[in-house]
Design a protein around this ligand. Structure first.
Ligand SMILES: Nc1ncnc2c1ncn2[C@@H]1O[C@H](COP(=O)(O)OP(=O)(O)OP(=O)(O)O)[C@@H](O)[C@H]1O
Length: 519
């Protein structure tokens, strides 16, 4: 039996100048339902969510009904709280210089009239809440000092608490909107999130869940609305739909699983040698790569694999270690990004806008940043040349829309990633360091990113890819090293290089005897 709707949107459109991001979209989410919102990068999902949060105003003519009550649009900033909605946005919306407690309490202070804040009491309350959620996060830590995974969990806890208090105030009513919350979460975090989501909907709240991960969609949603080019391509009931059908509806055609083509027997592994690398978590890590080889690094969060690309590139300072590229040795303690680029390295960090690109600068500036010297003229920069180059590169990497004047932050998440990867690939790096290269990238664009990585490998680059995405590693890597407690524990190649085996090894690595480490 169809449950009564919690949220109904009809005729929702949004234009940015001449570009149409949403075109007459309808969305209906039932009480107690987890509703997926799917679509390729740039299909309009975040725009819809930003309208629901009052951040953007839609074109006139749209209608929003919440629990049988018509709510005039546009919403005013912060009005979503009174309406019982809570959001986890792609960029999390946390204030880095404030503590976990301050960030979680901010929304309470926005809605309550308090003349004095009992910070000690609040900190104890938040500590209790974090314990309830089984999270080992110190509430006094500043957000900027937390790893990305914990930041994400804090944003989720904050939204969960907002929905919980909305439910208490409105007899079960409450809508949680999760805009791609999982790319930064390890599997165990995803399971935790899904359990919380199930508890919420059991109590009649509703959840809108945006994700590019078809397995996750299959696991957690009851129904899903698929957007394509700003319009509804279809509404589907999850348990009547196969993953292949989901993908076909999302991208408009059937795709077959990607398989890298550059695979070959790495003959000489002396192109890149990392020896005795130590950082905050990883200890005495050594590995080597041949030219044209893609090496995956993985493990559970906290196992230390994820800091390796930034330590090699000098974005974080290594405690110890040596890097050799084509026989040229450098102490990793002394590495910095400028030296790294000089040695032919390129680094795509996981934190897209924070560490990889400048959101408020145009695409053309972002793309030409590492190669700016090529555009320097006596009287300044050759802006026309930069723009043209950015447009050609954008076309080659299928950036949509391919408008070099658009600020990077105005591209959809996946298209931002394409821009940032393109800027490095065009430099033809000797050593390409990737940290979660396809998070937030849709199933179609994911294949394009894989193909670009494959092409770089075929042209002779050595590639290190740190990721928790086992499927991605199995598809693009020649070898994968699994980490536990800061050390490599097993290396997978050939027949053993499968998604299932990688996941299995990540979890069994937890109990591994530390004397049996891979050297
Ligand atoms: N402020 C803006 N100015 C101009 N164009 C914008 C702006 N915000 C979004 N767009 C455009 O609107 C379209 C929809 O973007 P949106 O972020 O909603 O996509 P999405 O489905 O959330 O994609 P992703 O999965 O990559 O996050 C894109 O073409 C994007 O470039």
């Amino acid at each position: 039996m169809q449950k009564t709707p919690a949220l109904q949107i009809t005729n929702l459109s949004k234009h940015f100048g001449g570009a149409v991001a949403l075109d007459g979209v309808s969305l209906s989410v039932s009480r107690g339902e987890v509703h997926g919102l799917l679509g390729q990068n740039g299909s309009g999902k975040s725009t819809l969510i930003k309208i629901l949060s009052g951040f953007l105003a839609p074109q006139p003519g749209a209608k929003l009904v919440l629990y049988d009550r018509e709510i005039p649009l546009p919403l005013t900033p912060g009005q979503f709280r009174e309406l019982g909605m809570a959001f986890v946005h792609q960029h999390l919306g946390l204030i880095p210089s404030l503590s976990v407690t301050e960030n979680i309490c901010l929304s309470d202070f926005a809605t309550q009239n308090q003349w004095r804040i009992d910070w000690r009491g609040e900190t104890q309350r938040i500590r209790r809440i974090l314990t309830e959620y089984e999270l080992a996060i110190d509430p006094t830590t500043k957000i900027q000092d937390l790893p990305q995974v914990d930041r994400c969990l804090v944003a989720i806890v904050r939204a969960m608490e907002e929905v919980r208090s909305a439910q208490e105030a409105h007899g079960g009513e409450g809508i949680l909107v999760l805009d791609e919350p999982t790319p930064f979460l390890p599997r165990i975090g995803v399971e935790k999130l899904f359990n919380l989501v199930r508890q919420l909907v059991k109590k009649d709240a509703s959840v809108i869940f945006v994700s590019h991960d078809v397995d996750e969609i299959m696991e957690i949603t009851d129904r899903a609305t698929v957007l394509r080019d700003g319009q509804v391509a279809g509404v589907i009931e999850t348990d009547r739909t196969s993953p292949e059908d989901f993908i076909e509806l999302i991208i408009g055609k059937r795709v077959t699983a990607y398989q890298a083509t550059h695979r070959k027997k790495p003959a000489d592994r002396s192109a890149v040698i990392v020896s005795d690398l130590s950082g905050a978590t990883c200890r005495n890590v050594s590995f080597d790569l041949s030219g044209g080889e893609v090496l995956g690094l993985t493990g559970l969060i906290g196992s230390g694999f994820d800091e390796i690309p930034s330590l090699i590139y000098g974005a974080r300072t290594a405690l110890d270690g040596m890097l050799s590229i084509d026989g040229k040795e450098t102490m990793l303690r002394e590495m910095n990004p400028e030296k790294a680029i000089g040695l032919g390295m390129a680094f795509l960090p996981a934190d897209r806008i924070g560490a990889s690109g400048a959101g408020t600068l145009p695409i053309s500036d972002n793309m030409t940043l590492p190669s700016m010297a090529n555009f320097a003229r006596k009287l300044g920069l050759d802006r026309l040349g930069m723009r043209q180059w950015a447009q050609e590169t954008g076309a080659a990497h299928d950036v949509r829309p391919n408008n070099p004047d658009l600020n990077l932050e105005n591209l959809s998440g996946g298209n931002q990633q394409k821009v940032l990867l393109a800027k490095w690939l065009e430099l033809k790096p000797r050593l390409l360091l990737l940290d979660e290269p396809t998070q937030g990238v849709d199933v179609g664009a994911r294949q394009q990113v894989f193909a670009a990585i494959d092409q770089a490998a075929r042209e002779g680059a050595s590639i290190v890819c740190a990721s928790t995405d086992a499927e991605q590693l199995a598809q693009i890597c020649d070898r994968v090293i699994v980490f536990a407690q800061g050390r490599p524990v097993i290396e997978l190649t050939g027949e053993r290089l499968t998604k299932e085996e990688i996941v299995f090894q990540c979890y069994s690595a937890l109990s591994v005897d530390q004397t049996a480490l891979v050297e």
